[in-house]
Structures are given as structure tokens and as C-alpha cells.
Design a protein around this ligand. Structure first.
Ligand code: SF4
Length: 341
């Protein structure tokens, strides 16, 4: 893992934010690209938000990127560019909760803070045959106390890393390698023969499914209209093909026409169907039906979006998008830039 070499607070911080809700193999290429583009705190603090989002494009949970950009600016102005080295100050930075503060504090500054990530939760709940729902706040509290008690004081970085590594390589979710585990002599889950019954997790609630209509609007020059999402909205700051959620009783085409009126103040008519994109977010799933369209009247104005612009298909990738819109760009590039003979 590249963040384990040259372990500076900056590199630990970026890697820990990227690793939230994201698999290690997915993070590695993003981390390497990010470090190349923003090698120092100063280079990140002085970058534009669009540049930071572009480097994060496709990694998901974009508030992480916006928060780390804001935090870099705070560190540059309030801490003279040096990462704060106390738990109280680290946790005040945008986008840093108790887990990330403990990880940065222990790994970068060797502060006595115990990390409680998914791997550690699995190890502890098996070790103590812990029966509460580990998604509950009460369980997180109990497990944090256990992690705090087991932390090797004065060597917190190694202690946390050993615990996380044990979860990632030995105490595996489906097939724990108890025969190779240094804790098997103390592990209540293993001794009961029911290690895989832990951690206990209440079933996840079913997430809602939404249907969205989006338009690929072209002008006479062959440019495409894209809109920037508002800062306060989900995926804020990213660009998209304008559109929105289908309302009850509407066809998709009617939805697109209404949304474009509300979002950009233009009257449009829809044309050919382009594609449907399906995508799962953490708290809902979505299918986005995309149609070509043209403006019948009006000029775009950013009413329910932050900004808009016209770009040629070959220039669309200059700005950052969410994954769903990147599929549409791929399709447009296939159609217009690399058409099959
Ligand atoms: Fe996990 Fe088995 Fe080790 Fe217990 S003995 S911590 S269940 S690998």
C-alpha cells in the first residue's frame, strides 16, 4: 500500500479519507494519481475545487473531496501548512470523524488513540463473542471501549495497524483462518465454534429506488449543454447532464421537459433515446433514462444549478462528473469520436 511508505501526516490523511467506504484495491490508483497532482498540503490548498473533484472522479462520496480541500485551506491559513498534532484539533477539521482522527493521530503522530474500523469491529466482536447489533451506536461505544483497553500505549500506530491487518488477512469475514491466528487461545467466538456468527448485524433497510430523466442537449455547433450541481446538494460541485427525478404520473420525456424548465429556464423537446444508466448509491438506487433534446425557446440560466456551460464532446472530460454521467460521456464519445465503421 503506497501510503505506508513515507508516512507523513498529509499522506496518512489523504489515504484515510480515500479508504472510507472504499476498497483498498480501488483506492491505490487514486492515491497515486492524487499524490502526483497534489504532492503537498500547499498544492492542495491552492488548487481549485474543480481540480480536486476531477482527481476524485469515480471514487464516490464526493463530500470527502470537498471537505479535504476545505481542510487543506484551513491548515494552510491557521496552522501554517502543518497538520495539527492533537486529537482535539484534528477532529475539528472538516470531514474528520472519530475514526479518522484516531487513525491519523495514531499512525502519523503516535497518539494513544484506538482505531475502530470494519476489520477491528469484526476481530473484537469475535474475540468477545459480542452479541449486540454492531451497526448500533451502543455497540460502537462498547467496542470502542474494548479497542481502547487493548491498545498498546506508546505504540498506538503499530498496535492499530496490527489489529486492522489481522482483520484484513486472518480474521476474514467468511473463512477466518483461526488455525493461524495468534488470538485463537483467547477468542470466545472461535472457542464456541461459531466465529462466523459475529459480528451480529441487523438486516439493512431496503433502500428506495428512483427514476431519473436526463437530457443531452446539443446546439448548432454540436456542443453539449452540461450543468453544475449546487454546492449544498448531493454530488455538489460535480457536473451533469441536466435533468431530475420523475414525478408520479409523468412520462420520462415529460419529466425531462419539466426539469429543464425548472433547472435552466429553457423549453426543450426530447428526441431519440440514448441510454439507461443504473447506479447504486449508499442510500438509494437509481436508473437514469437519457434522451437527446433540443432547445425550443429560451436561453439557459442557472436557476436550480450552480452554473452551466456548452462543451464539445471531445472536451466534456475537462470537468468532474459522478460515475453515472461518465457512462453517458463514454457513450457519446463512442458515437461521435470513435464511430464504428
Ligand atoms: Fe478471528 Fe479466528 Fe482469530 Fe478469533 S481466532 S480473532 S475468529 S481469526
Amino acid at each position: 500500500m503506497p501510503w505506508r511508505s513515507k508516512r507523513t501526516p498529509y499522506r496518512v490523511w489523504i489515504s484515510e479519507l480515500m479508504l472510507q467506504q472504499t476498497r483498498v484495491d480501488q483506492v491505490i490508483p487514486y492515491f497515486n494519481r492524487f499524490m502526483k497532482r497534489f504532492p503537498t498540503m500547499k498544492s492542495l490548498a491552492t488548487a481549485s475545487q474543480a481540480d480536486v473533484l476531477k482527481m476524485w472522479e469515480g471514487l464516490g462520496y464526493y463530500s470527502r473531496a470537498r471537505n479535504l480541500h476545505k481542510a487543506a485551506q484551513i491548515i494552510a491559513t491557521q496552522y501554517k501548512g502543518r497538520f495539527p498534532n492533537s486529537a482535539e484539533e484534528i477532529i475539528k477539521l472538516p470531514g474528520i470523524g472519530s475514526y479518522t482522527a484516531a487513525a491519523i493521530g495514531s499512525l502519523a503522530f503516535n497518539l494513544d488513540l484506538a482505531v475502530l474500523d470494519g476489520n477491528v469491529i469484526r476481530v473484537l466482536s469475535r474475540l468477545f463473542a459480542y452479541t449486540k447489533d454492531t451497526r448500533s451506536a451502543a455497540a460502537k461505544n462498547d467496542l470502542q471501549q474494548l479497542a481502547d483497553a487493548l491498545l498498546v500505549k506508546g505504540d498506538a500506530g503499530n498496535s492499530n495497524e496490527a489489529m486492522m491487518e489481522l482483520g484484513a488477512t486472518v480474521c476474514l469475514p467468511k473463512n477466518p483462518k483461526c488455525g493461524n491466528c495468534p488470538l485463537s487461545g483467547f477468542c470466545l467466538g472461535h472457542q464456541s465454534g461459531r466465529a462466523t456468527d459475529y459480528p451480529v448485524k441487523a438486516p439493512k433497510k431496503k433502500v428506495p429506488h428512483i427514476i431519473v430523466g436526463a437530457a443531452v442537449i446539443t446546439n448548432r455547433k454540436g456542443e453539449v449543454l452540461i450543468a453544475q450541481r449546487r454546492e449544498k446538494d448531493m454530488l455538489g460541485g460535480l457536473w451533469e447532464f441536466p435533468g431530475g427525478k420523475q414525478e408520479t404520473g409523468e412520462t420520462i420525456q415529460q419529466c425531462i421537459v419539466r426539469e429543464l424548465k425548472e433547472e435552466l429556464g429553457i423549453k426543450i423537446e426530447t428526441g431519440d433515446f440514448l441510454m439507461t444508466v443504473k447506479h447504486a448509491y449508499s442510500h438509494f438506487t437509481m436508473e437514469m433514462h437519457t434522451y437527446f433534446a433540443r432547445i425550443k425557446s429560451g436561453r439557459p440560466r442557472p436557476l436550480h444549478c450552480q452554473d452551466y456551460q456548452w462543451l464539445e464532446v471531445s472536451a466534456l472530460r475537462r470537468v468532474p462528473y459522478s460515475k453515472a454521467d461518465l457512462y453517458i460521456i463514454e457513450e457519446l464519445e463512442r458515437k461521435y469520436l470513435n464511430p464504428k465503421p
